[in-house]
Design a protein around this ligand. Sequence first.
Ligand code: MSP
Length: 510
Amino acid sequence: MKSFYITTAIDYVNGSPHLGHAYEKVLTDVIARFRRQMGDQVHFLTGTDEHGQKVQASARKRGIDAQAFVDETAAEFRALYDKLGVSYDDFIRTTEPRHKQVVRDILQKLFDAGEIYRAEYHGFYSTRQEQFLQEKDRLPDGSWPEIFGEVSEIVEPNYFFRLRKHQDWLIDYLKTHEDFIFPKYRQKQVLEFLKEPLNDLCVSRPKERLEWGIPLPFDEGYVTYVWFDALLNYYSAVVDKGLWPADYNVIGKDILVPPHAVYWPIMLHACGLPPPKSLLVHGWWLQSGAKMSKSTGGAVNPLDLIAQFGVDAFRYFLIREMNVGQDSEFTVEQFLVRYNSELANNLGNLVNRTLNMTTRFAAGVLPAAEVVEDPERELHELWTRTRDEVISLAEGFQFHTGIERTIAFVTATNAYIEKRAPWKLGKSAEPKDQALLRTSLATMAEALRLAVALLQHVTPGTTEKINAVLGYQPGADWPAELQWGPKLNGSKVAAALVLFPRPVAPDKPA
Ligand code: MSP
């Protein structure tokens, strides 16, 4: 078995989770489930980023101890991911001893090797961004952009990590590993960024300014810069499992340059470790053109849609709507369009027809197909094409197109039913018509079974429910499940299943 190690970004727990956080975990889950179905031995890591200024400030605002605060908020993130069916194998919190120990060991190792050095720092510091600023960050009028909040001038000794020393190595690495970043064009942005000489990275924060962090092992008067701490989660979580390097670190585009594309590979390289094999960079969910975040919550909190429409409808929408790597606008109207036209009226309709007609014309027991004429042949051929295409699309993270193709196959199956019109065949006593009736029942049921097998990584709960009403227990070998065949012959189906209840008119969300 091929091993496949995949991670998500770890979320800041200074507030509640929002759609952007949920999307990334669902996307990574879809990839993890797909790889498991393809037979890989998957290790899927997610978790929470719990140190730093923002968390310390939020805890103080609430008037509680930082640890008590992160215990509460991290649990909220984890509960959401559990509810969304995110099939992580490990959930790491950066406040756990197993992580802190690895971070301290690595800092010590880098310090001993001269990769981290102490120097006097003169400069401007943004508390909000937890970062030192440079002259080039100023606006033309000399002031600091608003995103930095309050900026103060400081002089203090600090510890610096030698980024500059490894800049040429990184440039060379990127040029010789063209597939390091998906989508590919982002690799060029990184090389562009690397045209300027790098400054060494300040990895320490004096305790007077920030207490909530991992103390430096060689100077307990300082805590570790939160990014240096957080990035190491991907490694600390598997240090005793021998799984490094990761196959994919999945991240949003806002944290590619510089943290994941510059600090992270250089940190690993300085430790004598290989970089992750790839970075998978997704875009943003926008609302009215702006990045969604806790504070921009519009009239509808997208997470409320889970309670109303179910986990799978929510997962379906996120994966159906977003072209991985690009941005996508979130609107409830668009959610309802997908829900109604693709799930309720198309897939839901096929489920209803299959169950109703099997109950009505075959006493609920699926017959064998007996005839193969043009309508059947065309559907078989469409299935083979659809399956091969969807697998290859999923391998390239084109899940949205994969779903589109699968839904087109469902549409074709509904059209097949119209063509065969089992309700007419059922009225005829002709043996030929009876054989066609049995064939049409078997064909629609098999097409439904196959379609939901192909949606399994996106909507696992729905696939399971539909298999259950078809009286079917799928085997463990997923590719084998995708063969058209007589698997459902003799299955006893349920009389009905309400899967996607009451389609709602787009103008009046219930
Ligand atoms: N804690 C850091 C990541 C450290 S990884 C070693 C962080 N946290 S975050 O909570 O701000 O963001 C977590 C992930 O959610 C990031 O990958 C980010 O891109 C993603 N998203 C946050 N808002 C988003 C959208 N509106 N849309 C899609 N994803 C975005 O950054």
